[in-house]
Design a binder for this molecule. Structure first.
Ligand SMILES: [Zn+2]
Length: 63
């Protein structure tokens, strides 16, 4: 696993995403969440190792 993909955005023409054979599910054994073919991760959103900063509820006031 690597995080080299960080900030690596595909620009310009988007290639047709490769469709994986069969259906992929979360790598967690107890999890049967289907993974989108566009999702390159092995985990579902609930088990994704990536930590999303929780900034909700902290909205910068306008004005
Ligand atoms: Zn999962």
């Amino acid at each position: 696993m690597s995080e080299i993909m960080k900030g690596n955005r595909v620009q310009g023409k988007l290639r047709a995403p490769k469709k994986h054979e069969g259906v992929r599910v979360c790598i967690e054994k107890s999890c049967t969440t289907r993974l989108s073919s566009y999702n390159k991760r092995d985990h579902c959103y609930a088990h994704a190792p990536t930590r999303f900063p929780r900034l909700r509820g902290r909205v910068a006031p306008e004005s």
